[in-house]
Design a protein. Structure first.
Length: 218
């Protein structure tokens, strides 16, 4: 099937019915070729209803399902002049969408092979996104603070050093869970405090570096 038709079907059957009303998100997902951001052998899966494996040797990483990704981004309430940190950007699809919504996007990836792919793919699509490499849970304070932080996967815990990179009034969105079942959650910074609210059920792969620290009992 023609990929433009597949993109339209993805938006009409997965994104719009999930209460995604931000037309900027819908337009970006209609325009960006999702299949470009996965390997050749995974392209037939690019528009399926679920997480999409990027098809590299980078630890079995996947793109979030279209519906979960779109709802998370909408919850982040990204303004056109916003500075955004995309955590766990993988091959860059999420960053490409965010670049259509925000003033600037930093794509953070821990896997150097995935980061290299993201740089190449984003450049080929003409997306002005800075791709950086580092521990995902540490964020990227050098370019912060951010109006929004989007975490592209499941986390067992959101560390304080990542939340601290939000501007006052900024939002962080992530899926809190163990990689099997979870809740999409939004955090908002108000002065020195952080409130959070679970907004919908979601599943996603657990991102590296976001496991809870083990507690030892004596």
């Amino acid at each position: 099937m023609d990929t433009a038709i597949q993109r339209k079907n993805m938006v009409e059957s997965q994104v719009r019915p999930s209460d995604v009303t931000d037309r900027r998100i819908i337009r970006a997902m209609l325009e960006l070729p999702r299949e470009t951001f996965v390997s050749e052998r995974a392209r037939d899966l690019a528009y399926m209803d679920g997480p999409v494996p990027v098809g590299t040797t980078g630890g079995g990483r996947s793109l979030l399902s279209a519906r979960v990704f779109a709802k998370l981004v909408q919850a982040a309430q990204i303004d056109p002049d916003a500075a955004v940190l995309d955590v766990g950007a993988a091959t860059g699809y999420s960053s490409a969408v965010l670049a259509q919504l925000a003033g600037s996007v930093i794509a953070l990836e821990a896997d150097s092979a995935l980061a290299a792919i993201a740089r190449a793919k984003l450049a080929s699509e003409g997306q002005k996104v800075q791709v950086v490499e580092g521990n995902l849970a540490d964020g990227w304070s050098a370019e912060g603070p951010y109006d929004a932080i989007v975490v592209e996967g499941a986390v067992q815990d959101v560390p304080s050093q990542l939340l601290d990179q939000l501007k006052d009034g900024g939002r962080l969105v992530a899926i809190v869970g163990d990689g099997k079942i979870g809740r999409a959650t939004v955090w908002r910074r108000d002065a020195g405090t952080f409130g959070h609210l679970a907004i919908f059920d979601a599943t996603a792969d657990l991102l590296p570096g976001f496991q809870k620290a083990h507690e030892f009992a004596f």
